[in-house]
Each structure stands twice: as structure tokens, then as C-alpha cells.
Design a protein around this ligand. Sequence first.
Ligand code: ADP
Ligand code: ZN
Ligand code: ZN
Length: 715
Amino acid sequence: MTEPADSTGDLIPLAVVVTTPAYSGLGPALTYVHDRALEPGTLVRVPLGKRELLGLVWDAPGLSLEGLEPGQVRPVLQVLDAIPPLNANWRGLASFAARYYQRSLGEVALAALPPQLRDLQPEQLARKLKRLAKAAGTEHLAPESVPMGEATTAPGLSPEQAESLQRFQQADRPALLFGTTGSGKTEVYLRAVQDLLEQDTLAQALIMVPEINLTPQLEARFTERFARWGVVSLHSGLTPAQRLDHWLLAHQGQARIVLGTRMAIFASLPRLRLIVVDEEHDPSYKSQEGARYSARDLAIYRARLESQGRASSHCRVLLGSATPSLESWRAAELGRYLRLDMPQRIGGGALPRLRLVDMNHQPKQCVIAPPLVSAIAERAARGEQSMILLNRRGYAPVLACHACRWKSDCPHCSAHAVFHKIDRTLRCHHCGHSSRVPYACPDCGNLDIAPVGRGTEQLEEQLAGLLADARRADGGPIRVLRLDADSTRAKGSLEQRLGQMHEGEFDLLVGTQMIAKGHDFRRITLVAAVNPDGGLFASDYRAPERLFALLLQAAGRAGRDAEFVAAQGAAVELWVQTWYPAHPLFAALARQDYPAFATQQLQEREAALMPPYSFQALVRAEARTQEAAQALLNLAAQAGEPLPGRQHLTLYPAVPMAIQRLANVERAQLLIESDSRPALQAFLTAWQEQLQLARSQPEAKGVLRWAIDVDPLAI
Ligand code: ADP
Ligand code: ZN
Ligand code: ZN
């Protein structure tokens, strides 16, 4: 902390950012005073009203107390100066994210810090730091103890991996590693990290993964090899204390590798030189609440920021996927990203062959086609494993009356409540409302009410019946493992179940999206998608892209161990049950031809002027009535006519959201489209005030809140 030479006991004004509601009118930073200057990025505790809040000293050149009464400006209460201030790059990232995603700086900056920091007294923090430093000394976290080039278990790289790594290291722009599933992308990440940390004894690397359930696996792989460099994770599954510890270790440079989900993009990493975004196409990189940021897009921005003014040791960024997002694919086509291709699987294993099952020619009412059942049974008998992927959408069973048209609707949402057989309840998956299954149809009294559609529970039950006579290699009955959000809620249970699957205790794995990603299963030779059709015709224009990615990801779980496949003489297959076998998406899938699929999708997007050929923002409003929600949006749209950038935009009329009512709240949305990102940004920034004003109009009475989603993923 620097003490100005002319400090004469005068109070020095400071700009401090605190969490304020987005539209409170309090401005980006509040003014406080302190008896000495504090560097921007310093953590402080300040009073606001009757509360005491964590705040961040922010840059405010030329801030003065002129025009303010003494006593009008309150003093800083405490300075958390045991830790270094958050540096300029970190502050730059937070400012950018707030501006770009149209949220308040306080909300973004403070939400990016570990929650426990908010409640810590300076002495508590100092004690914690001492403890961490001690642990770091003994657990080889200290940078000095790094043995250079120590023998690791790293395998020799394949020619494709070696070439990709080399081109990445020479690249002057973000790289897109387009590698098929099992091509060894993770090994490339590991090597990139290793090379960097060996060359630069202070450098740090950030590795991002889409799902928390993938972090333990990857974390194990990283810690195994790099424990000596300090590997920490950041994700929502940590306890508040762990999250603070990990954050502090990264902030102080003791942890040189941070592995995390989207929140990790805001980790404080003073010597960040490499960002890896694994499965960069994954929608979970986009936040769906608060500041709706895209961690992938921020990774690109952050790398650029960290590189400024640093010619030789700039911060590199590597996006990896077998099915890149169309945005990234297009960026590579334009030369903004460098594309690195790895089409071969490690060990020369073949990708699964596609087997389409035409559901038009299967027995009526069948959920799993008989040939697929036989194929699963045959594999189990040979000691191979299979996996069935369920599309959750359209698969939840609702109760229906066959006499009238009653369906088990949620009383609070415009959505169906789902039938849960285990405890005989109807549950709304949107608002959580739960009720007992009625004895008879509430509308007509008919006793014959039955589930339509089938969920995971029922599928498991049916499968058990279908596979009752089948035997596994040891002669016992077939063992089915079901994995979904319901069955893995208990902490650690997912890891445990996956471990059992890896060890071959189960013959068949049934589950939703979560089983399709990332896992390095060794004995699976058959993957089946039993109800993918929803993704072919959904109103969301990104649905085909997602379906293709999901199916290819899922397919990638099969045949990963080429030696096992060869020894078994197994046929590695992806089975897809569909009512539309002639759909072009399946033709591209059969050829495993992502480039062809991407080209076709991009042509459609270009013709329709959809992203990445245009830029979008979605404004959502919630109100007591649908009219009020729409009125707010439409009034603000009218008021926005003269604003900057408006002539480059299309504002569509407000419409109800797909789920129009949620927990008794009506929801509407308005889409804004533009061919110019700067015009869209300029407009949105100026428009916030109009939205705020529209809220006080009588037509908008009952509006609860509204939010802007920039680059929305689903519209
Ligand atoms: P991806 O991330 O592209 O799906 P992985 O990195 O998980 O692929 O690699 C697939 C499998 O191949 C893993 O079991 C990994 O340990 C193994 N592997 C990767 N690279 C090599 C290599 N150069 N030599 C031997 N095995 C490798
Ligand atoms: Zn009825
Ligand atoms: Zn509901």
C-alpha cells in the first residue's frame, strides 16, 4: 500500500464498488473516504445505509470531495490489506463483462468473488492466509520447489497431437482444436500447460470445463501429473470455505493451475498465460441468471486483455471440441481463430458406425426397438457395456385422462406437471410444485387416468422386463445403472456410480445428457439414442446444432479402448431410433462429418440472418399480468426510437415466452437483432434508462423485473 508523501491527516476520497441492485441509480461506484490512499483493487468493508458491505476500491482518477459536505461522505470501515489488490486486468475483465452484458459493475465484480470473503474480518482473513501459506509450503505448492522437467507419466504424443501443440504454441491468435472424441485433446491441454509452466516459473493456467461432474475426472488427471505446481478447482460443488481457499491460492499465485466451470473465468490469476476451454460448444458456459455472460467469449476477451503490451509471453487461448459452436467454426473460417484438426482417435480406434432404427416399422408402442434390445443383450453376454441416452425434453410423463382432455398441468405454470411413480406425486419441474396423484380425473371423474410419454424411471422398468432373460458374461442377470439428476443428488454418489461403471459392475448405463459428455469409458461398444427427434424440429434454431453435438458426444463414449475393441472383435455402434430416418442431420452424422453439417447449418443461418451472421439481445420482463410484461417492453421499444444505434437494429414486438407463466409470474420477451455489434451495444446501454422509465407508466403496473440477455442461447 502506498502512502502519499503529502498525507497530512486529510481524508482521501475513494471510489468503492459494492453490490447494488442493477438499477438503483446509485451509479457504478460510491464515494467513501479514508485516511490514506488505497490502490484500486483493494478489498474494503464499507457502510451502506445500516449495513456493512464488502467493497472494492475502483479506479477513479481525479475523484474529489468538492461540493460534498463533510460528514456526507462516510469513511471506509476496514481494509482487507492482507491480500494483494485485484489487478488491473481483473478489473478490466469485470468492467467489460458488466458493460457488455448490461449489468451493474458492482453486481458483476462482487459476484465474481468467493462469497465467504463478504463475512470475513481482516484478522480472520490474515489467519486464513497464514494457514494456507503453511500448507502450501509442505504440499509443494511453492513455486521455488518446482523440479524442472521431472519425470511424469505423460505418454509420447501422436503425430497429430504433436503438430497441434506446436502450431498452437506458435499461434498469434486464439486456437480452435477440432479433435474427434478420443483423439487426445486432453493430452494436448496437459502438454500445453506443462510446457508453459516449465518455461515460465510464475505463469498460471486456467482450464475450463462445462460441467461440475466432469471436473473431478479432469482434476484427477491434472493433479496426478502436476500436483507439484498446485492445482485447485473452482465450481459450485465446493463448500464456501474450499472455494475461498482455492480462490486465495490462485490469487496469490500459489496455485498455478485452476480448473473450473464457467465461474472460474473470473478467478483472480495475476500471472495468467494460458486459458483452455474444453467442450467449448457447451451451452453451460453461458450463465442463465444474474449477468448472463458467456465464459467462453470472456475467455477470448480475457486472453487479449492479459496479452496487452506483452509481446513475448502473451496469454494464449485454446478452445477444444469435437463439435465446435457455429460461432467458433465461423471465426476459424474467417481466420480470426486458428483451426487445429485431429481427426484420428488415439490407438486408431474407429468411431461408431451409425445404425438408424426406423420407428415407423417397429411394433406399436415400443420404446426400445426389439433389434436394439437384442444388440444390448448380446454385448452384455460378451462382457461389453452399452449406454442409452435419453432426451429429457418430451420424455417426462404427464398424466392424462383418456375420456376428456385433462392433463396434469401445473397450477402455477403453463407447463405440465410430471408424474413420479416412486412417491406417486405430480411435480412441476419448473417451479417445484408438488401434489398427490388424483384418484380420478378432476374434470370428468373418469377413473382411467394414465401416464403418457415415458421418463427415465419407466424406461428402466421396461428395460428390466425386456432384458429379464438376458445374461451377462458371468451368467448373472444384466445390471442396469440409471444416472440422472434425481438419482445422483447425494454428494459423491455420481462419482461412485461412475467408478462402478468403469469397473464393469454394470452392463448398461441409462441417463440424460450428463452421461454423454467427457467420460472416458473403456468397455462401452454400443451407444443408443432412443428419442432424439425433438431436436430435429424444435422452434429453437440452435436445436439441430445441439442435437448433432449431443449425438456425436454420446457416440464418442463408445469404442474408446481400441485394444479392448480388437480383442473383443466388437462392432462399435451408435444406434439412433427415429421417425425421420431421411433427415439430413443423420446423413452427416453417419459420415461423422461435422464440417459438412456446420457448412449446411451456416448456410441456413446466413440465409435467415441468424447468429453468427447477426447479433442478438433478448429482453425478458416478468409481471403479474402478461399485458403488463408486454407493455413494459413495447413502451420502452417506442421510447428507444431516437437512441444511438437504433437505425441498425430490428426490434420485434414483445411476445409471451415459451413457458409463459412460471410460479404464477407472467413472462414476456422482446428480441433485438442487428448486423452491428457496436450499434447493438450502444443502443442497449442508452436504452436501460428507457426501460426504467417505462416501468413507472400505468400500463406497466405489476412489472416485477426485467433483464437483458446479450447473445442469448435460446430464444
Ligand atoms: P479427447 O479429450 O479428445 O476425447 P482424451 O484426451 O480423453 O481424448 O484421450 C483419449 C484416450 O487416449 C485417453 O484414455 C488418453 O489417456 C489416451 N491418450 C491420449 N493421448 C495419448 C497418447 N499420446 N498416447 C497414448 N494414449 C493417449
Ligand atoms: Zn377426464
Ligand atoms: Zn410449476
